[in-house]
Design a protein around this ligand. Structure first.
Ligand SMILES: [Zn+2]
Length: 167
């Protein structure tokens, strides 16, 4: 089922999400709905808070070089942690909660992460490039942070001005 995505300045987007404790049917249907929603909106990642659910989980599906997404590349990430981060990279990010806004954001280039899957199994893996960027972007959502909070003060001021004009 495709759900509505909350957009800035919805207050929920600033709230911290809580750890997932039960890996049950309810969680599975939430994850399925989130995937339907992400695919419908052409996103490469979606955090539960973006559909109004304050749980520490998100999904990512990184497209290939041609920009195509495949269902088998979907990663469901629950209770994530970044254990190690290395290097620095800049990428022009976008967000389904900030439609039509894109800006360069600096993040770690390589990360080692731990998370659980939908059945509660623990995974440890290393990510780099767009996978690492998307993981950090989505993890920020779980802590109530949007990507424009990681850009320079001046750019952020300009963003706020432009955003108000759009309303
Ligand atoms: Zn986002």
């Amino acid at each position: 089922m495709v759900l509505d995505v909350l957009t800035y300045p919805d207050k929920k987007l600033k709230m911290k999400s809580k750890e997932v404790e039960s890996f049950d049917e309810k969680l599975h249907s939430l994850l399925d709905d989130m995937n339907d929603t992400m695919v419908d909106k052409n996103g490469i990642g979606l955090a539960a808070v973006q559909i109004g659910v304050l749980k520490r989980l998100f999904i990512i599906n990184i497209p290939d070089e041609k920009g195509d997404q495949y269902p088998e590349n979907l990663i469901e990430v629950i209770n994530p942690r970044i254990i190690e981060s290395r290097g620095e990279t800049t990428y022009e990010e976008g967000c389904l909660s900030l439609p039509q806004y894109y800006e360069d954001v600096k993040r770690a280039d390589e990360i080692v992460v731990e998370y659980m899957d939908r059945d509660g199994n623990l995974h440890k893996t290393e990510l780099h490039g767009l996978g690492a960027i998307a993981f950090q972007h989505e993890l920020d959502h779980l802590n109530g942070k949007l990507f424009f909070e990681r850009i320079s003060y001046l750019k952020r001021k300009k963003f706020e001005k432009d955003w108000k004009k759009r309303k």
